[in-house]
Design a protein around this ligand. Sequence first.
Ligand code: NAD
Ligand code: WQD
Length: 333
Amino acid sequence: MNILVTGGAGYIGSHTCVQLLGAGHDIVILDNFCNSQADVISRVEKITGKKVKLYVGDIRDKKVLEKIFCENQVDAVIHFAGLKSVSESVKNPLTYFDNNVAGTVALCQAMQKFNVRRLIFSSSATVYGNSSEAPYDESMPTGNVCNPYGRTKYFIEEILKDIFAADPGWNITILRYFNPIGAHDSSLLGEEPCGVPNNIMPYISQVAAKKLPLLTVFGNDYDTPDGTCIRDYIHVVDLANGHLKALEKMCDSGNGLNIYNLGTGKGYSVLELISAFEKASGQKINYKIGARRAGDLPIVFADTKKAEKELGFRAKFGIEKMCTDTWNWQKNN
Ligand code: NAD
Ligand code: WQD
């Protein structure tokens, strides 16, 4: 199939492009490089030995979208393009609603116009908010989200449900990612945050590489075995493979709107993650215990049964490989 991958130069998008090309699909990438580097494209080509067709542009730009759909026979769209910093979204909510929500609307309008109605969307476990407790399953309520970034994901999910209700000819899969970490084992692809990272894994790896002096653990007084928060970390290559499974299912079955969690189903505390990283890297992580971060939930992990049963998806890689691959990427880049 020929897949349009928006945000294909980004962290999760680039790993998914490698897996798509490896599985024999053709890809067209649309990215404006607002949070990625152009050389990611040549790295994807180097890993796969295949050529990538790239459009540099914005998902909100109707002209670029029409050009892509005119010039390519697109069978399905995997839509990663979006801004993802929680803290930035609190400061600039309009930027987030414009880029993520208006961007998705523009993309869906172009898809509708060119009769391309297969869409896989990058959502987030954040949509579960604080209404329920882990393990989170797909039938649980969503929307009680505490930041604008999370709300963009919730709103987009609702918009996609309305699009499907109005026209059941669409085939839409919403994937709710838990906490993606790790890197490609070639060390050619990985996460490259701009400035000081918000997320824990790039922070740990930059402390290990002595680029940052000290990690602050946000609270050790939660109701968890060691007092620190628990998350469901998933290797980015496993996550990428989840998209292939979703694509296969989408093409095998008829139209529909389906929602799946992509996680491992197993949670690790912040201290367990630090200790796993120290073991994998042989580096000591300098850390101190600090105050809780506003908005953090104590325990977040996925119920993976639906993805396992309906997609045949099960994460393969454990925490050791997630840490080893992150460290190799950090050392080599
Ligand atoms: P990323 O920032 O590495 O990749 C996003 C890519 O989209 C970047 O290459 C960026 O340049 C591009 N982009 C952004 N806005 C664009 C626009 N308007 N037009 C064209 N290109 C644009 O992020 P990621 O970690 O790879 O995340 C991919 C998707 O998954 C995002 O939608 C994100 O919200 C979602 N997600 C990420 C996580 C996570 O922890 N990384 C978790 C849940 C969901
Ligand atoms: C993980 C744990 C922190 C940094 C976020 C988004 C979510 C999704 C994934 C996109 C928490 C602790 C962190 C630090 C720390 N993104 N921590 N010191 O918050 O689970 O999820 O990324 O959709 O929407 O909210 O991930 O990596 O920020 O934090 O102690 O310097 O690490 O308190 O317990 P989070 P994270």
